[in-house]
Ligand binder design. Sequence first.
Ligand code: NAP
Length: 248
Amino acid sequence: MSGTLLVTGASRGIGAAVARMAAERGYAVCVNYLASAAAAEQLVGDIEKAGGRALAVKADVAQEAQVEALFKTLDAELPPLAGLVNNAGFSGLVNRIEGAPAETIRQVMELNVLGSIWCARAAIRRMARCHGGRGGAIVNISSGAATLGSPGEYVWYAASKGAIDSLTIGLARENAAEGIRVNAVAPGFVNTEIHAAAGMPDRLEKIAPTMPIGRAAEPEEIAEAVIWLLSDAASYTTGAILRVAGGR
Ligand code: NAP
């Protein structure tokens, strides 16, 4: 695979696993992060030590201007864009909706929905044939929450992921003739820090026994699906929402 893959929120969790695997498959990787500079630089160092190419770039992808700056850095420092993984996302603290602060709901929508839209728009401006690009692939990270609704936990987060599914279908149809495939991966429960950040550090242990497959996923198990959707092996797959959720 030639060209650059931008992975948003790649300093840890699913994004870091995708970045690592993409570098092994030959992409130059743009490792976006918000606050975890040391973790992002460590990941870049690991990729370079293994013979790959990577660059860590700090940007709050919820902010349109910072997304534009992120892509300008990528244009200047890395090979042409070949793919985007819209991974950065969060839920806010668990609550019923009537107890959730407006600011939390707004921030979740701004990152999960608008952030993905800003990044997709900037990527399409570079990859679409009508703009002189060479085509490419986008994978949006949705969630099983989009269809489960997350009652009693974070309904607003589930709604943000429902928007990601709609975005995926619309962008796929709008860009199929432009050489860009757009798909989503919808993970179930993955062993990352997102659950502790939502105020439920023991969530995976509690939920694992209720999962049909009996456990949470490791980030690499989600990354495998993302990498497949990005690859030429998925050349006829666009507009798909691939559930990787252990049967849930
Ligand atoms: P995580 O471990 O909490 O990591 C989140 C990543 O996003 C970090 O790299 C963080 O960077 C970055 N980030 C946060 N806010 C950002 C912003 N405004 N701009 C740029 N980057 C930002 O999360 P995860 O569990 O890997 O989740 C990744 C994606 O999978 C999310 O979209 C999530 O909704 C989805 N998902 C996760 C699960 C699960 O069970 N874990 C299930 C379904 C879907 P810093 O480290 O610099 O803060």
